[in-house]
Design a protein around this ligand. Structure first.
Ligand code: ADP
Ligand code: MG
Length: 750
């Protein structure tokens, strides 16, 4: 990579009107016909370009900048920066002032460069140009976007891209189509730039400004692309930085105070850092040492331009006034050092372009790989599919063997025919010795091949000869079919086994259910048995009750007759015919109370087996109710008959306790009276016998209640058993249906 030095130009501005008025003396001159400048009496400096007080903007541009524009179009990053004291003519030279108001001849470098760039674009129709513009200023060590003033300085960052180029992340890049568009952006940025009035310059730039034009060039069409090949169009991205530095100044001379003073400090520190960088880069002894780019923002931004990969021109502006001698001398020293800086300019290809090239190459390789893979996969497709299972692999190999055997057979036939033909020709045609030798060799070779084929076939097949080929193919095919059938059969067997297992399970379930059913039937029978026994017991008890009631009736009758004998005729003679009762009397109960009703009840009890369960239960209920009524009746009667006067006294209390009973007493006052009267004539013997009877009745009542409870329980069991029976029957029916269906499907599969 070629190293080129930073080109340094020195421009001496003319004395300003103000300076002429103040009779300033000129202390810096250009030595005519040389590139030298003399300052003071004898300090001579040589530079790449020197411009005197009468130099024009056009001259400066053509000499220093035009080559840079050409380099930019070629693809190099280029930089021009103006350095010098405040009011030395930096902004004037760069063209960063109010460009719109400047006359054509006075236009600085930027407007001229813009013009030329667009002229180049219009002259180069085979290339697509994409132009972007950005404008940044460094004010008091802070970055500021002059094209987007709203952008916060915190959002602007100086970074290095993968190629080591300095970039400002977050800066607005305006894409432009024409020179006018760029000029208006420049104007806009200039207007936003920090300037201030100092004693040395009415419009002193208080910041370093960097105006950047980025050019992306794409070749419109290439011959390589015409043939449809993968060759890409070339992308070139290059940048032109126009740097207008803030002026170096002596605070005393500028008369700055307050904010201006602070600005001056910042400006000077930035320029000091730039001076250090230039010194470091320009000093041959410090070449390999550290370059303090990071000391200031401006040095970081100019890293590519100073000692980097850009082509750079430094224009040092000096004031001719002897009043500024020291500053001018310093600037010239500064400029002189900068001449030692060497850059290594490189052509820029956009990273996208490089990546594109890489990708296109990759695509090419992939395409080739794909093509070769497609070719191989075409032949292997069937193999890949068949290799899924070992069986398929065997089938595939068998197929291949058969195919090869077929081919071999064909070749063998050809060779046989050729062999016989050549044997005939050997005798018929005259051959020279060489030909005869060759033919003999062929015969020998053919014989060997024939032998080897025969042995290999016998070895592999064990029996037969080559004529077995077609039969062998048929056998293979048949084998294949057999295998298929065997596979299908195995699958069917699996299905059958499954079905058989299912049927077995279902049969087991049915058996279990039948067993359960049997158990339920048994429990039902037992319940019925218990029921029958209880019925019988109830009947016995009823009989006993009937007997007792009969006895009671008799006793009553005897008592009544004895009473009649004692008291004569009375209204109570009707008592035995119509007894008092506590439960409402109805026809249903009536016939049970009467003696003929017993014969009816007996009819039912003698043949319980012929009745259905429901009827038995219904009968039970009826009888139990009847019995209850009867017992109560007995109880009431006895109670009424044998209660004494004290009972009468506590009648009101009884009423509240057993309202229903007392109610019945009220209904039959006549009978009560007769019984009370009877009590008076009652002897002790009769009384004790009656008490015994009462106890018996109570016992019977208790046992009756117990029996009723048992009856209810057995009824409940019976209902449950019935329910279970019903459920089981439904379940069995369902299972039977299922078995039938399974049998049907099994038959259909068979
Ligand atoms: P700087 O930017 O270095 O502070 P300016 O570019 O603002 O200085 O120039 C200061 C003044 O000098 C301006 O009025 C400008 O017009 C004038 N000036 C600078 N250089 C020249 C020149 N070569 N010819 C005529 N006038 C100049
Ligand atoms: Mg300026």
């Amino acid at each position: 990579m070629e190293e080129i030095p930073v080109k340094v130009a020195v421009r001496i501005r003319p004395l300003l009107c103000k300076e002429i008025l103040h009779n300033h003396q000129v202390c810096v001159r250009v030595i005519p016909n040389t590139q030298q400048i003399i300052i003071g009496r004898d300090r001579v400096f040589t530079f790449d370009f020197v411009f005197g007080k009468n130099s024009t903007q056009d001259e400066v541009y053509n000499t220093c900048i035009k080559p840079l524009v050409l380099s930019l179009i070629e693809g190099y990053n280029v930089t021009v920066f103006a350095y010098g004291q405040t009011g030395s003519g930096k902004t004037y030279t760069i063209g960063g002032g109010h460009v719109a108001s400047v006359v054509e001849g006075q236009k600085g470098i930027i407007p001229r460069a813009i013009q030329e760039i667009f002229q180049n674009i219009s002259e180069n129709p085979s290339t697509d140009f994409k132009i972007k513009v950005s404008y940044i200023e460094v004010y008091k060590e802070d970055l500021r976007d002059l094209l987007e003033l709203e952008t916060s300085m915190k959002d602007l960052h100086i970074r290095e891209d993968e190629k080591g180029n300095t970039v400002i992340v977050g800066a607005k890049e305006c894409q432009v189509e024409s020179a006018d568009e760029v000029m208006s952006l420049l104007e806009m940025g200039n207007a936003a730039r920090h300037t201030g009035t100092t004693q040395m310059n009415e419009h002193s730039s208080r910041s370093h400004a960097i105006f950047t034009i980025s050019i992306c060039q794409v070749e419109k069409n290439t011959e390589a692309a015409e043939d449809g090949s993968w060759c890409s169009r070339r992308h070139i991205v290059s940048k032109f930085h126009f740097v207008d530095l803030a002026g170096s100044e002596r605070v005393m001379k500028t008369g700055n105070t307050g904010e201006r003073f602070k600005e001056s400090i910042q400006i000077n520190s930035g320029l000091l850092a730039l001076g250090n960088v230039i010194s470091a880069l320009g000093d041959p002894r410090r070449k390999s040492s550290h370059i303090p780019y990071r000391d200031a923002k401006i040095t970081r931004l100019l890293k590519d331009s100073l000692g980097g990969s850009a082509k750079t021109v430094m224009i040092t502006c000096v004031s001719p006034s002897s009043l500024n001698f020291d500053e001018s001398l310093n600037s010239l020293k500064y400029a002189n050092r900068a001449r030692n800086i060497r850059n290594k300019p490189i052509l820029n290809f956009s990273p996208e372009s490089d990546r594109m090239d890489e990708m296109e190459f990759e695509i090419k390789l992939l395409r080739e790989a794909l093509q070769s893979q497609q070719a191989s996969s075409m032949s292997q497709t069937s193999q890949i599919h068949r290799e899924e299972t070992p069986d398929n692999r065997i089938l595939f190999l068998e197929e291949q063997v058969a195919q090869l055997q077929g081919e071999c057979l064909g070749y063998q036939n050809c060779i046989e025919e050729a062999f016989t033909l050549l044997v005939e020709l050997k005798d018929a045609v005259r051959l020279n010795q060489k030909q005869q030798h060759k033919l003999q060799e062929w015969f020998n070779m053919t014989q060997e091949v024939r032998k080897s084929i025969l042995t290999s076939f016998r070895g592999s097949r064990g029996i037969g000869n080559l004529e077995e080929g077609p039969q062998h193919i048929t056998v293979i095919q048949l084998k294949r079919e057999l295998k298929k059938c065997q596979c299908a059969l195995a699958a069917d067997e699996v299905v059958f086994n499954k079905k058989e297992l299912e049927v077995k399970e279902l049969k087991n379930q049915v058996q279990m259910m039948v067993q359960e059913n049997k158990e339920h039937v048994l429990s039902l029978k037992e319940a019925q048995k218990v029921n029958r026994l209880q019925n019988e017991k109830i009947i016995e008890q009823q009989l006993l009750l009937d007997q007792m009631s009969e006895e009671l009736t008799k006793l009553n009758l005897s008592m009544t007759s004895s009473a009649k004998e004692t008291c004569g005729d009375g209204p109570d003679a009707r008592i035995p015919e119509k007894r008092p009762y506590t439960v409402p009397f109805d026809t249903r109960l009536g016939h049970y109370i009467c003696i003929p009703a017993r014969s009816d009840a007996r009819k039912v009890y003698t043949s319980p087996s012929v009745y259905s369960l429901d009827r038995v239960v219904a009968g039970f209920r009826t009888r139990s109710q009847m019995l209850l009524g009867h017992i109560e009746e007995q109880d009431e009667v006895l109670h009424c008959q044998f209660s004494d006067n004290s009972d009468e006294e506590s009648e009101g209390q009884e009423k509240s306790e057993i309202g229903h009973q007392s109610h019945s007493w009220i209904q039959k006052p006549g009978s009560v009276c007769s019984l009370v009267e009877l009590n008076d004539i009652h002897d002790q013997t009769q009384k004790s016998s009656l008490e015994n009877e009462d106890l018996k009745v109570e016992c019977l009542q208790e046992s009756q209640e117990l029996n009723l409870q048992k009856l209810r329980n057995s009824e409940l069991i019976l209902t449950e058993a019935k329910q279970k029976m019903r459920e089981l029957t439904i379940n069995i029916n369902m299972k039977e249906d299922l078995i039938k269906e399974l049998m049907k499907t099994g038959n259909s599969i068979l």
